[in-house]
Design a protein around this ligand. Structure first.
Ligand code: GAR
Length: 201
């Protein structure tokens, strides 16, 4: 039996990448299990998907915290620790993280981003790739560091940009690639020795 790392997934919306990770983790030989899905928006559609799959869910709405990002992140961190999470996967979690949460999960937090990083950090990546005349686009899974979309790349998947692509057609093709890539990337990280968590910050 493979040792399964305990994984928490952070979402803000529909959670299609989260659902793919949940599905992949069902395999007995997959080295991770999804023990918590956490959203910063109670209305995130992915929460119901996760609950229907039998995964523990929690919503920690960022809005009552106002400008106090650190307090919201402390609540998120506490929920992750309460579920003995070892690896965090950001999957469409649309919050900028502060050094507090990033440092506490250094080497143990993954993000998926819809571009071939370091190209097109930030939002609206598909429209920007088309506008730039790119012939190739794709997605990246990387370790999260303090700078947005800048941590060490774990894996990437490429897709061609077709002459008749729109933002909608390109984003659909990239999303399909994301759904294949993220389970592979989590498998890779979960199979490696993990750094010791530094909880001093
Ligand atoms: C995905 O395309 C993901 O790469 C992107 O949000 C979407 C979430 O979809 N993430 C970012 O843009 C982060 N900067 P999902 O909720 O269906 O997984």
């Amino acid at each position: 039996m493979v040792t399964k790392r305990r994984v928490g997934i952070l979402i803000s919306g529909r959670g299609s990448n989260m659902a793919c990770l949940v599905e992949a983790a069902r395999a007995p030989d997959y080295p991770a299990e999804i023990v918590l899905v956490l959203a910063n928006k109670p209305e995130a559609g992915g929460l119901a998907t996760a609950a229907a799959a039998g995964i523990a869910t929690v919503a920690i709405d960022h809005r009552p915290f106002g400008q106090d990002r650190a307090a919201h992140e402390a609540a998120v961190d506490a929920a992750l620790r309460a579920h003995d999470v070892e690896i965090v996967c950001l999957a469409g979690y649309m919050r900028l993280l502060t050094p507090y949460l990033v440092s506490r999960w250094a080497g143990r937090m993954l993000n998926i981003h819809p571009s071939l990083l370091p190209e097109f950090k930030g939002l609206h990546t598909h429209a920007r790739a088309i506008a730039a005349g790119e012939t190739e686009h794709g997605c990246t899974v990387h370790l999260v560091t303090e700078d947005l979309d800048s941590g060490p790349v774990l894996m990437q998947a490429r897709v061609d940009v077709r002459p008749d692509d729109t933002e909608a057609t390109l984003s659909a093709r990239v999303l399909a690639a994301e759904h294949r890539l993220y389970p592979e990337a989590l498998r890779k990280l979960a199979s490696q020795p993990l750094p010791t968590a530094d909880l001093t910050s």
